[in-house]
Design a protein around this ligand. Structure first.
Ligand code: HEC
Length: 145
């Protein structure tokens, strides 16, 4: 069979259209226990981490175009499983206990953690001041969680 560029392109477009109809789990369940993160800790976490590590995901933009939307939902699902600030209570979050030093480690590596996300959403990057405030909180007060 002679596959011309035109045929391949038509099939690609057809498949892309079909992909849009596959339903996705873009749900924000209700936060079970809203931990009293003090301000501005909560504000900074919300800015940089909540899209993948909470039930307060902002599902706008790219999250609605397949196949990129598949990647987004998958990232959010695995992010929530690893760490979920909406369930962060009594030392438990998502799958179970996550030591604050792991969170500090990720914060210290800035945009290296999930760099694709930061290309797409540069506003989510923490400033030096915000980063330091989070590091301080997780090494002092956050330790008791
Ligand atoms: C684009 C989505 C996304 C964002 C934004 C994001 N993460 Fe993650 N994070 C993930 C995913 C997915 C995983 C699980 C797989 C992995 O480790 O890559 C994860 C894993 C983690 C882990 C567990 C690592 C381990 O060793 O167990 C920590 C801690 C973490 N993230 C902290 C953060 C913090 C703190 C922020 C905000 C500064 C943040 N993440 C922002 C997606 C994200």
């Amino acid at each position: 069979m002679n596959l011309s560029i035109k045929t391949i392109a038509s099939w690609a477009i057809f498949l892309l259209i079909l992909m849009q109809f596959i339903p996705l789990n873009r749900i924000n369940p209700k936060a079970v226990s809203e931990t009293a993160f003090p301000e501005p800790v909560r504000k900074y976490l919300k800015k940089a981490c909540y899209d993948c590590h909470s039930f307060e995901t902002d599902w706008t933009g790219i999250a609605y175009i397949a196949p990129l939307s598949w990647l987004t939902s998958w990232k959010v699902a695995s992010g929530r499983q690893a760490l979920n600030f909406s369930l962060w209570n009594n030392g438990k979050s998502g799958n179970g206990f996550l030591e604050p030093h792991k969170i500090r480690h990720v914060i210290m590596h800035e945009t290296d953690h999930q760099w694709c996300y930061h290309v797409w959403k540069p506003d989510a990057a923490l400033t030096g001041k915000e980063q330091q405030a989070l590091l301080d909180w997780f090494s002092q007060t956050g330790r008791k969680y």
